[in-house]
Design a protein around this ligand. Structure first.
Ligand SMILES: *Cc1c(COP(=O)(O)O)cnc(C)c1O
Length: 428
């Protein structure tokens, strides 16, 4: 099928819906599949128009349509609509990876001299990005986000954004989302939450004072370890008319939509971290089974935690579902149907975690999380190796800490696997 033909099909004709209050592609976009159909994967880079004036309207933002797939295309828009509905949000923009989403957000909305407050317990790569951003003249404060008043204390007159994760990994600190959000609303500061670790139905972001969600689609949403992707999801709760960094060209958009318009334009268009249509289609399949998988994964994670807690070889277990977890009450108030499917443990010092991990047969020793398969990883020597000893200590990461991401295997099979690895450990 050649491009000039594909664009004359109904899908694109009906995408020429006039923009009213919406900032981007809404449910009106005809690229949503009819009930029962799977989303077509449209690889076209260009989109031709029969009438020149239609193309001009789209370029000028006066009509919705696709012109060049770095900025938008039908499969991508379909995924964005699905994510918007999943989160009861106003709009979504997807990216090649979670990191591309974070980068696009920050490059689009921050300027040299701005100040941001971020969690001190960030995903390692996100922390690394904020260090890069500091090199461009953005001032970054790292704060303990389990305590909302520490976040409030860190605010300055030029604070533009707060960024934290719902549950941090590997130590599973839980951010006080409700109160941080309240402080942000009082001060007119954009509040962005990385909810990768707590997908629907665990965390219902729309119920909290959050302005934008960031999600690595690579993890639970895609869920099968076969596609990278990221998303920014906007609730249109932040009034950008008072935000200094919006370009004049986007001031014509509704005040609450200007941020996401600029993320799309300056982030996606200028930075080019576009999700591929193939990856979007795979992630789309993941959306359909997300709730089932996540409920099962949370349940199995708790079963493994309970098993490990009573093993004499295990010194510590970090999981927000445990009553002794420092933010257990907070986690109970924020999350539904479970406490996520990530937990970490420390073996007693006399045991060699490498011997134990090597003896696992069903559980894979691998980085990544949110997969169908259960994964175990020593974190200090791998994903947090580059951070160095001092930073690891500040984040609560000890040398023997092992992170588990629980998959879809049966809990009994997983417990058997852990048990036989413990038998190996005793023999050593
Ligand atoms: C994986 C991850 C990211 C980055 O996502 P990628 O899709 O791997 O780029 C960001 N935040 C959290 C919490 C993650 O787990």
């Amino acid at each position: 099928m050649n491009n000039s033909k594909s664009v004359k099909q109904p899908a694109l004709q009906t995408t020429l819906v006039h923009l009213d209050q919406s900032s981007g592609f809404s449910d009106k976009v005809a690229s949503m599949p009819a009930a029962g159909n799977h989303t077509a994967v449209d690889h076209s880079v260009l989109f031709a128009y029969e009438r020149t004036s239609d193309l001009e309207q789209v370029f000028q933002g006066k009509a919705v349509g696709h012109v060049y797939s770095r900025s938008s295309s039908p499969t991508i828009s379909a995924l964005e609509s699905a994510l918007t509905r999943l989160e009861h949000a106003a709009s979504a923009c997807v990216f090649a990876t979670g990191m591309a989403a974070i980068q696009s957000l920050c490059f689009a909305l921050l300027k040299q001299g701005d100040h941001i407050v971020v969690s001190e317990f960030l995903f390692g790569n996100t922390r690394s990005f904020f260090q890069t951003l500091a090199g461009f003249g953005v001032n970054v404060s790292y704060v303990d986000v389990t305590n909302a008043s520490l976040v409030n204390d860190a605010f300055c007159s030029n604070t533009r954004m707060v960024f934290c994760e719902t549950i941090a990994n590997p130590v599973t600190q839980v951010a006080d989302i409700q109160h941080i959000g309240k402080h942000c609303r009082e001060r007119g500061i954009l509040f962005v939450v990385d909810a990768t670790m707590t997908p629907q139905p665990v965390f219902k972001a729309a119920k909290y004072p959050i302005d934008m969600l960031m999600v690595s689609l690579t993890k639970y949403v895609g869920g099968h370890g076969n596609a990278l992707g990221g998303a920014l999801i906007d609730f249109e709760t932040f009034d950008f008319s008072r935000y200094p960094n919006i370009a004049q060209a986007f001031r014509t958009k509704p005040a609450y939509a200007q941020g996401m318009v600029q993320v799309r334009k300056k982030g996606l268009r200028d930075c080019g971290g576009t999700l591929s249509p193939d990856a979007a289609a795979r992630i789309f399949s993941g959306v359909e089974t997300l709730a089932l998988r996540v409920e099962r994964q949370c349940e199995t994670a708790f079963a493994l935690v309970k098993y490990l807690q009573q093993r004499p070889e295990v010194d510590k277990v970090f999981y927000p579902g445990c009553t002794e977890h420092p933010q257990h009450a907070l986690a109970t108030s924020l999350f539904n149907q479970g406490f996520g499917a990530i937990f970490s443990i420390e073996l007693a010092p006399s045991y060699d975690y490498r011997v134990w991990l090597d003896a696992l047969k069903l559980i894979l020793v691998s980085t990544h999380l949110g997969d169908t398969r259960t994964l175990g990883l020593p974190v200090a020597s791998t994903i947090f190796y580059e951070n160095g000893e001092d930073q690891r200590a500040a984040m609560g990461i000890t040398d023997g800490l092992i992170r588990f991401s629980v998959g879809l295997e049966s809990a009994n099979d997983l417990i058997d696997d852990l048990a036989s690895a413990f038998d190996q450990l005793e023999k050593n």
